[in-house]
Ligand binder design. Structure first.
Ligand SMILES: [Cu+2]
Length: 326
């Protein structure tokens, strides 16, 4: 059983994570881009991919799985984002990555690290992209191509983009040349979320509220996902994606391992909320929107199928070193 810890305070967990990311990306899987596309198209007809055929790394399978989840429009938004299933789906997604990393590392007690971005959000804007996290001993450069440290050896092969299909803007995943991870921290938006933002999400008494969309103004899920409160700036989870920029922008955002550091912290905040408010989830089993209900089967590509009801209590799989989230 893994313990998930703060990447800044646990050098062993940090190094294990960076090594496992590099190992999963430098080992090519037996799966080609066209084979993965064929398998996904059968389940997600909206998903589109183009470009060259090539062998995918094990890490790339998580990239394409995530990009495909965003096109899986079963009901509100899609079945992984912009609705109640956002939190359980990403928990499901990361449980498999954590298991694969445990195998690569030969360590059943390995747990993913998290990045407590709200702590860095308390710093002046000009310091937020100059922290220890963005150094050679950690995850490498905050801006431009990532050359330093273990992640300097990773390459992206699948990158999300948008195109005009004649009637609307559509997303497509391009299979192309192997490139370095790209970041643009603090340029599109100057600051990370801060501790008062986390407190507001934590204080929500309900997990989610009807009609369970990205437009609701209350509920833990939509505040933590970062669509609410309505305004001109993204908040919390969404804001971290925009703040990091580069490869963290499109649906292929797991290309940058900082994706998992962000989502592990998002999962920790949700865990802190459930620890305090109870393991409550909405919508109930069979209730609309059914793609987001407690008994909905979550979109999976390479791991076992799970339902939100199966991931509300993960105390058998992992714990956090701390649930102090603000
Ligand atoms: Cu996501």
């Amino acid at each position: 059983m893994g313990t998930r810890s703060n990447i800044l305070f646990n050098p062993a967990a940090r190094d294990a994570f960076l090594d496992a990311c590099r190992a999963l990306d430098t080992q090519l899987s037996p799966v080609t881009a066209s084979q993965a596309y064929g398998a996904i198209r059968a389940a997600v007809p909206n998903f589109r991919m183009r470009g060259t055929d090539q062998q995918l790394s094990y890490y790339d399978l998580f990239v394409i799985w995530h990009a495909a989840s965003m096109e899986n429009r079963l009901s509100v938004g899609n079945s992984a984002h912009s609705g109640p299933i956002f939190l359980p789906w990403h928990r499901h997604f990361m449980l498999l990555l954590e298991q694969w990393m445990q195998q690569v590392l030969g360590d059943d007690d390995y747990g993913l690290p998290y990045w407590d971005w709200a702590a860095d959000g308390e710093l002046p804007a000009a310091q937020q992209f100059r922290t220890q996290l963005f150094s050679a001993g950690f995850i490498g450069e905050a801006r431009g191509s990532v050359f330093s440290g273990p992640l300097g050896e990773m390459r992206t092969r699948l990158r999300g983009t948008r195109f005009w299909d004649g009637t609307r803007w559509a997303s497509v995943v391009e299979s192309g040349p192997a490139l370095r991870i790209q970041r643009d921290a603090g340029n599109d938006i100057a600051t990370l979320p801060d501790q008062s933002d986390v407190r507001r999400a934590f204080d929500q008494p309900e997990y989610d509220v009807p009609p369970y969309t990205a437009g609701v103004q209350h509920g833990h899920r939509n505040l933590l996902e970062g669509w609410a409160p309505a305004g001109d700036a993204p908040a919390l989870h969404n804001r971290v994606h925009v703040w990091v920029g580069g490869d963290m922008g499109p649906g292929t955002s797991p290309n940058d391992p900082i994706f998992f550091l962000n989502h592990c912290n998002v999962d920790r905040i949700w865990e802190a909320w459930m620890d305090d408010k109870g393991r409550r989830y909405r919508p109930a089993a069979g209730e609309a929107p059914t793609g987001h209900a407690l008994d909905a089967v979550m979109f999976t590509l390479i791991g076992p199928a799970r339902r939100p009801s199966g991931v509300l209590d993960v105390s058998e799989q992992y714990t956090y070193d701390s649930l102090d989230v603000f």
